[in-house]
Design a protein around this ligand. Structure first.
Ligand code: SF4
Length: 247
């Protein structure tokens, strides 16, 4: 079963396509938990910790996710939106947990047949098969560092990254850090990956679940990018909408 958490039309808030009007499909489920990002939320009166997309990660929220059993359900969602859409972003959770899901594959085929530019936002831990349907897609690979709280073996899968880099000429890495991560060696963690993939652009952005946290963490990340020649990415949606869902 394919689960859809939400869909909305907004601007891309971060990374290479910042500012580009985009139709977002957020799929439910993730193979990581990333408690290190420290977003606290309550389920059945129990406090849990996860990332800022916890409602698309934690299966306790599944009852609020839409079950998608066929392509027509996704196509009908397009009919809610106007005709000038050119960029479609598939995000999550981790959308590539559906890498073998027939409806997900049909959806990619449909989007390509309509000439949409597709970006898949992934954590880079799931290999993409070398088949045409996965070509000519932008992969925004948000690799997780030790500040995510996940074990190295879970969060870094070099073969999966290689499979994506092999199939797409439009790939970039995105790292989410703050001053603490910088002091704890984010430069070494990132450069260890960069050495293996020297041609892939690297964007760094600040941890920030809301405007205040983003503003607090951004200056250190800007300095870090200047020092290391990485590309600073802001998080426009956080600045504008303060971390509200649906933007
Ligand atoms: S990989 Fe991304 S969506 Fe999944 S838990 Fe980590 S930060 Fe959240």
């Amino acid at each position: 079963m394919l689960y859809l958490v939400e869909h909305f039309y907004s601007i891309q808030g971060e990374g290479k396509f910042s500012g580009v009007p985009s139709l977002f499909f957020r799929f439910g489920g993730c193979n990581l938990k990333c408690a290190g990002f420290g977003t606290r939320y309550i389920v059945d009166e129990v406090e849990k910790v996860g990332c800022d997309s916890f409602y698309a990660v934690d299966s306790n929220f599944r009852s609020s996710w839409q079950e998608i059993g066929n392509l027509d359900q996704l196509i009908s969602i397009f009919q809610h939106y106007h005709q000038n859409i050119s960029h479609v972003v598939l995000t999550g959770g981790e959308p590539l947990i559906y890498v073998s899901n027939p409806v997900f594959l049909q959806f990619l085929q449909y989007l390509k047949s309509k000439n949409f530019h597709i970006t898949i936002e992934t954590n880079g831990t799931i290999a993409v098969p070398e088949i045409d349907i996965f070509r000519n897609i932008t992969y925004s690979i948000a690799l997780k560092l030790s500040n995510s709280g996940e074990e190295f073996q879970k969060r870094i899968n070099i073969e999966a990254i290689r499979s994506i880099v092999r199939i797409s000429k439009s790939t970039f890495f995105k790292f989410t850090i703050d001053q603490k991560a910088i002091l704890q060696g984010a430069d070494r963690e990132i450069s260890d990956i960069a050495k293996l993939f020297p041609n892939i652009p690297i964007y760094c952005m600040a941890i920030g679940r809301d405007r205040e946290e983003l503003e607090k963490n951004s200056p250190a990340v800007v300095d870090f990018c200047i020092k290391n020649s990485y590309i600073y990415s802001d998080r426009i949606h956080i600045r504008l909408w303060n971390g509200e869902k649906g933007y």
